[in-house]
Design a protein around this ligand. Structure first.
Ligand code: HEC
Ligand code: HEC
Length: 115
């Protein structure tokens, strides 16, 4: 009996340590329809490149599920991109817009021709 409960105690410590250590399953996705860590990493690397920034520009590196100012702006931008792709670029063989379409490696994209 004693050994059994010690085992349960130990296992619960290992389990919660694992939860803290890694962003295994996403906890706070409100826009993206991505399931696996692999898919999320791939997408995140792409948007970081598109804006010319590192992960920490949007994330609290202790816990990426925490919302930050830039993360919330990025959510609006993701929604915009998804909406355009679903409503405008939705014909057969349509190209898809991305963060790169405007950002081109910068956080401050030029949207209109300079005067
Ligand atoms: C331009 C801002 C931005 C950058 C740069 C960025 N992310 Fe994110 N990330 C987000 C947003 C926004 C979400 C939440 C998306 C949603 O709500 O659907 C997110 C969610 C995540 C999550 C899921 C967290 C959870 O548990 O909910 C992980 C993991 C993550 N990002 C990893 C990374 C990594 C690794 C990098 C660098 C390669 C990175 N991100 C760069 C904006 C960013
Ligand atoms: C239609 C053009 C367009 C697209 C596409 C676009 N953005 Fe933006 N983004 C802008 C503009 C313009 C600004 C500057 C807004 C401002 O100055 O208030 C901006 C600003 C931002 C900022 C804030 C930068 C800062 O200095 O605080 C973030 C973060 C961001 N975009 C993320 C993204 C992500 C991530 C994507 C792709 C999912 C994306 N954007 C796609 C036009 C775009």
């Amino acid at each position: 009996m004693k050994i059994k409960s010690a085992m349960v105690f130990l296992l619960s410590i290992i389990f919660s340590a694992g939860m803290i250590a890694g962003d295994k399953t996403p906890k706070n996705l409100k826009v993206l329809d991505l399931k696996t860590t692999k898919e999320i990493k791939k997408y995140m690397k792409m948007i970081a490149k598109d804006l010319g920034v590192k992960c920490k520009y949007c994330h609290d590196m202790n816990d990426k599920s925490i919302d930050t100012e830039h993360k919330n702006i990025a959510r609006f931008m993701m929604t915009m991109v998804q909406t355009q792709n679903d409503s405008v670029f939705n014909y057969e063989g349509a190209p898809q817009i991305s963060c790169w379409t405007c950002h081109r490696g910068s956080t401050a994209p030029e949207l209109v021709r300079p005067k």
